[in-house]
Design a protein around this ligand. Sequence first.
Ligand SMILES: [Mg+2]
Length: 380
Amino acid sequence: MEITDVIVHTLSLSNVEDVANGTQDAAIIEVTTDEGITGIGEADSSPAVVEAIVNAPRSHDKSTGLKEVVVGRDPFDVQVLWDEMFDKSYYYGRKGAAITAISGIDMALWDIMGKVTGKPIHKLIGGKKCNEVRAYASTLFPEDPMNTEYMRRQSEQILEDGFTAVKFGWGSFGQDVEHDHELLGAARDILGPNFDIMVDAGMTYGWDTKRAIKTTKSLDKAHNLFWMEEPVFADNVEGYAEISNATETRIVGGEEEYTAYGFRDFISRGNVDGVQPDVARSGGITHMNKIASLAAQSGIPFLPHGYSTDILVAASLHLIAANPNAPLLEYCIEDSPLRWDVVEEDLDVEDGYVSVPTDPGLGVTLDRDTIAKYRTKLLC
Ligand SMILES: [Mg+2]
C-alpha cells in the first residue's frame, strides 16, 4: 500500500474575529492511497501555514515539505514516517506549526490503518477501558468583564445540556480580580456547589508568577476551582513549578507544548498536576500516546486539549479510551459550523458523557458539503 497524496482543506468562516476562538477556521487533511482508502486528520494551527508546510518544496535535507516525505510510502510505517517528518522539518519545525502539520498527517495515517484493518483506532493502540468518557463543557469568559449575565446564561445552558463540569477561559479573565470573582460567582450561583468548575487563565497577559499564585489562591478559596489552567506563559516552565508548589489548586497546562520531548521537560521541571497536549497540535496519535505514557509514569492525568472540529474530538476519544490516566474529554460548545458540521456523525453529550467511536479508524466521515462551503482559496 502506498500513499499517493496529501491534501489540505483550509476552511474559514467569512469573518474571523480577534478572539481566542479556535472554531473560526480549520485545516483538514486527507491522505490518499493507491488502494482507494483515504484517511482524514486535522492540524490545529493557522490553516494557511499548515498548507505551506505540507506543500513546500525541498530546500534542504532538514527543511522539506511534508508531502514529499510521505508520498510513495506505506501508511503502516507510521512511527518511521513520524520520525522522518520530524527530521526533515527540523530547521523550520521542532515545535509549533510544523508539529501541528505532522499531527494532522499522523492522524490520517492511523485513520487509514483502522480502515484497512476494520478496527477503530483505540483497538490499534491498546483497546478501550470504557465505552464513554466524561466530558466537560469548554467555553470562553465574556469579552466584557462586567457581563455576569452571560455567565448565568452559559451556566444554565450547560446544566440543561447535561454536563457535570465546565471550563471558562480566556476572554476578559485576569484583567481585574474583582471582576473575575463576580464572573465566577455568577456561574457558581447557577451551577451549585457540587459542579466542577475549571478556570483557564489563557496565559493572561501581564501576569507574573507571584500574581498568578495570589489570584489562584483567592479564586479557589471563594469558588472552589477544579483546576487553574495556563496561569503563565508556556515557556515559563519554572513558573508552573512555583505556582504548583505554592497553592493547593491543581495547576495544568500544555496546549502550547509539542512532542514527547517537550512534555518530558514540561512535566519534570513544571511540576504540573496534569498535562493538556492537543492531538491536532502536539504530535498526532503517535506522540500523544508517548505523552500519555510520560504522564502516567509521573502519576499525573493526561487531559487532552481540544477546541476545534469533531475530527479532533474523535481522535481525543480514542486516546482517552486507551490510556488509564485519562479521565476527561474537553468538549468545546462554541456555536460554529466548523465545530459541529465538518463530519457527518454527531458526537453528542448524553448525561455528561460522550461515546467512544466504534467504526473503523477515527470513526467519522467528512461532510463534503461543509468542506465545499467553507473552503478558502488555495494559497499554493
Ligand atoms: Mg486552554
